[in-house]
Design a protein around this ligand. Structure first.
Ligand code: ZN
Ligand code: ZN
Length: 101
């Protein structure tokens, strides 16, 4: 059993930030403000380090999210049926209509 996913589900159910497991979540999010801020900072730092190479940044971001079992679009959890995808079924269905992917 994947411990990360189990923890994620438990935190979500408890309304606690899935990232730090300490603070309560910000409105409509699965993370607290501190962690959302931290993630923003992480991305900014990464962009600076990568010298603004957007494609590589996106690749690295996708890899990070997939490693954590999360959708790259909404950062929600990926499920069994999402295996091999970087986006959850909701986001895939949403983008099918728009872009025909
Ligand atoms: Zn947090
Ligand atoms: Zn999604």
């Amino acid at each position: 059993m994947d411990q990360t996913k189990m923890k994620y589900a438990a935190y979500r159910a408890a309304g606690v930030c899935v990232q730090c497991g300490k603070e309560s979540t910000a409105d409509g999010r699965v993370r607290c403000r501190t962690c959302l801020e931290y993630n923003n900072q992480w991305r900014k730092d990464y962009i600076r380090r990568a010298g603004g190479k957007v494609h590589r940044i996106r690749k690295a971001y996708e890899q990070k999210m997939v490693n954590e079992g999360r959708c790259v679009a909404c950062s929600g959890p990926l499920r069994e049926e999402d295996a091999g995808y970087v986006r959850c079924i909701n986001c895939r269905e949403g983008s099918t209509r728009k872009r025909g992917v």
